[in-house]
Design a binder for this molecule. Structure first.
Ligand code: PLP
Length: 406
């Protein structure tokens, strides 16, 4: 991958731009990734040549766009190795997918005093929908803690699961710490107690090969925009037998079989969960992003990004007063850190002056910050188009700004 890097970078037009008269160093990939030309071109091409509302159309354009959308669904199905396209639901992203499950699974399966388990390192979007469900139903939220390295205290999970536990919702990779969680083990433990598991893959699918059949997870969710695809796209995978039992989420066109004022019946999967005109052109472009990274090879991506992570960790550790937050043994290419005496947003503002885009703050994971008793971190997150030279320039810039901010 290292050898191909210049060629790969040319596929992403934004990487050639300048920010504050400096070449852009984009280290905010955990927030969103940049888009390859093929994704940008697909959106333009479909709006220029093939746009018409999908499904039930009898004219050429509608049929063309429908076929492309359903092919995109197949691409997503193969990408995560789901059994069938009925198990692949287009959503606007991870947040919507989790809200869908929290609502629909909740309506069908959760009652007063039932319990739901999440972890202490979840993104707000894998906490708040479950809290809202608990408020609606009088259910209880339980939390798997993590230790100061940022690793889940898995032995505590056994004590949390009981006959009232109805679902576990857990992230595969923490966006604030970079920790890769042992989800296969968690799923095994949960299934022994007949508890289904939702995996938040928002920070995982773009870095690690995911096989939902091998994992045996019950739900898997991810966002298109973190996977080099367009914003407003995402996938909910769910096991067919559970999705079939779940109540619909939103009502409207396409999700119905028959409507009358006396009684409405619902469409089959996956359409039961896709009310209204979907974001079909962006979903078609998402499939192009999936094909793009599949061609690069997720194993190659993982290997290269791990090299970037290890190099950056080693170099950052040389900086005085800098402390890395999240030192789990298994990590993805996210580094959060604090610098003694320096406010993260001041550091972010000065780095921006040097053309370096990083993120500062709580990263929508306030419980993680509460664990460490800090207000926020500086977070650099890498993608396969980043380089070792960019890390050098980041470290050099940090060494320059820290004395200024003392
Ligand atoms: N889960 C994790 C782990 C995330 O990192 C994010 C976004 O940063 C989300 C969920 C929410 O994703 P989205 O805003 O694309 O719905």
């Amino acid at each position: 991958m290292k050898e191909q890097i210049e060629k790969i970078r040319k596929d992403f037009p934004i990487l050639g731009t300048q920010v504050n008269k400096k070449p852009l160093v984009y280290f905010d990939n955990a927030a969103t990734t940049q888009k390859p030309q093929i994704v940008i071109d697909t959106i333009t091409e479909y709006y220029s040549k093939y746009n018409a509302n999908i499904h039930r159309g009898i004219h050429f354009l509608s049929n063309f766009a429908t076929d492309a959308t359903e092919k995109a669904r197949e691409t997503a199905q193969k990408f995560i190795n789901a059994d069938s396209i009925e198990e692949i639901i287009f959503t606007s992203g991870t947040t919507e997918a989790i809200n869908l499950v929290a609502f629909s699974f909740g309506e069908t399966f959760i009652k007063k005093n039932d319990e739901i388990i999440v972890s202490e390192m979840e993104h707000h979007s894998n906490i708040v929908p479950w809290q809202m469900l608990c408020e609606r139903k009088g259910a209880i939220l339980r939390v798997i803690p993590f230790n100061d390295l940022g690793e889940l205290e898995l032995e505590k999970l056994h004590g949390l699961i009981n006959s009232k536990t109805k679902i576990i919702a857990i992230t595969q990779v923490s966006n604030a710490l970079g920790t890769i969680n042992p989800i296969k083990e968690i799923i095994k433990i949960a299934h022994k107690a007949n508890v289904p598991v939702l995996i938040d893959g928002a920070q995982a699918v773009q870095h690690i090969k995911v096989d939902v059949k091998e994992l045996d997870c019950d739900f898997y969710v991810f966002s298109g925009h973190k996977l080099y695809g367009p914003t407003g796209t995402g996938i909910l995978y769910g096991k067919k037998e559970i999705l079939e039992k779940m109540a619909p989420y939103k009502g409207g066109g396409e999700m119905i079989a028959k409507v009358s004022f006396e009684k409405t019946t619902y469409n089959s999967l996956p359409f039961k969960f896709e009310a209204g005109t979907p974001n079909y052109i962006d979903s078609i472009a998402l499939a192009k992003a999936i094909e793009y990274i599949t061609d690069l090879g997720l194993d190659n991506i993982y290997k290269y990004e791990t090299e970037l992570l290890e190099y950056a960790t080693k170099e950052l550790k040389k900086i005085n007063r800098l402390k890395i937050i999240g030192e789990a043994k298994h990590k993805s290419s996210v580094i959060s850190f604090i610098i003694d005496g320096v406010h993260p947003s001041d550091a972010g503002t000065l780095l921006d002056q040097m053309g370096i885009a990083i993120r500062t703050g709580t990263h929508c994971a306030e419980p993680v910050m509460q664990h460490f008793g800090i207000g926020g971190t500086i977070r650099a997150s890498f993608a396969f188009y980043n380089t070792f030279d960019e890390i050098d320039s980041f470290v050099k810039s940090l060494n320059y700004i820290i004395p200024l901010l003392k």
